[in-house]
Design a protein around this ligand. Structure first.
Ligand SMILES: NC(=O)c1ccc[n+]([C@@H]2O[C@H](COP(=O)([O-])OP(=O)(O)OC[C@H]3O[C@@H](n4cnc5c(N)ncnc54)[C@H](OP(=O)(O)O)[C@@H]3O)[C@@H](O)[C@H]2O)c1
Length: 238
């Protein structure tokens, strides 16, 4: 069965994606910083049918942790898909750029922009060997100028640009940017503090779009859940 490494898999979209792949029998390497949450999810992944689950608690921005993730992949023998999903919003409420503390912005970039690249670098030998896929989870905030979204949004814009360049440099890989759209998660609630976000879709409803991308022969590029889900709904070819 195929092997995926999913960062930030203890809750939200990462967990929903991991559960869907577990149900298909994938072998999974997963992480998150909070061991308690990660342990709960790991149990659910095993119950759901994953062939193998290796959970490594830690911070993707930490080089030693990324080394442990790479070791876990090595122990499974191969890697088909790397999903760089772990991400932080930054302050809540989000400050305008005029007041954005640069040390905090550096922390946001460390997790959202540099860690996914460093993890991809560490796993390139395995990804090249499998002609595998890198999926970088982005946001419409990377391409739209929403007031207050300059920190998080620019970190995702940089993620998207290195994804495009990596795709050009590594033509045997598929490097996808995936925009999931709004989802009812802890991050989304932090982005809209005090607001009722119950009208936003659950992350589980977005996962079929990512599954479609993973099962497709679509070339490297940017894909949104809305577009992919519309095709799922109509049965139209990719
Ligand atoms: N929700 C939305 O509306 C929305 C919209 C557009 C894009 N996105 C993107 O979708 C992805 C998933 O977001 P979400 O809404 O599911 O977020 P979430 O509910 O906050 O979940 C984030 C996950 O990442 C983990 N994580 C956070 N920082 C980490 C770090 N430094 N190292 C390792 N794990 C870390 C969290 O666990 P710990 O806190 O325990 O580490 C958790 O498992 C993100 O890339 C986000 O930018 C979300």
């Amino acid at each position: 069965m195929p092997v995926a490494l999913i960062t930030g898999a203890s809750r939200g979209f990462g967990r929903a994606t991991a559960l869907a792949l577990a149900e298909e029998g994938w072998s999974l390497v997963v992480d998150a910083r909070t061991s308690y949450d990660l342990d709960l999810t790991t149990h659910q992944l095993r119950t759901a049918g994953a062939t193998s689950v290796i959970a490594v608690a830690g911070d993707v921005a930490d080089q030693a942790h990324r080394g442990r993730l790479a070791d876990a992949v090595t122990s499974l023998g191969s890697l088909d898909v790397l999903i760089n999903n772990a991400s932080v919003l930054g302050p809540s409420p989000q400050p305008t750029l005029s007041a954005y503390p640069i040390p905090v912005l550096k922390e946001v970039y460390a997790v959202n922009t540099f860690a996914p690249l460093a993890l991809t670098q560490a796993l390139l030998p395995q990804l090249r060997a499998s002609r595998g896929r890198v999926v970088n989870i982005s946001s419409d905030a990377a391409v739209e100028a929403y007031e207050g979204w300059g920190g998080y949004g620019s970190s995702k814009a940089a993620l998207e640009q290195w994804s495009r360049v990596l795709a050009a440099e590594e033509p045997d890989l598929r490097v996808y940017v995936f925009d999931p759209g709004d989802m009812r998660t802890r991050m989304h609630q932090a982005a809209f503090p005090g607001e009722d976000i119950s009208d936003r879709p659950e992350p589980e409803t977005v996962v079929p779009a990512l599954q479609k991308l993973l099962a497709s022969e679509l070339p490297s590029g940017r894909y949104s859940s809305a577009t992919l889900l519309a095709e799922v709904g109509t049965g139209a070819p990719a």
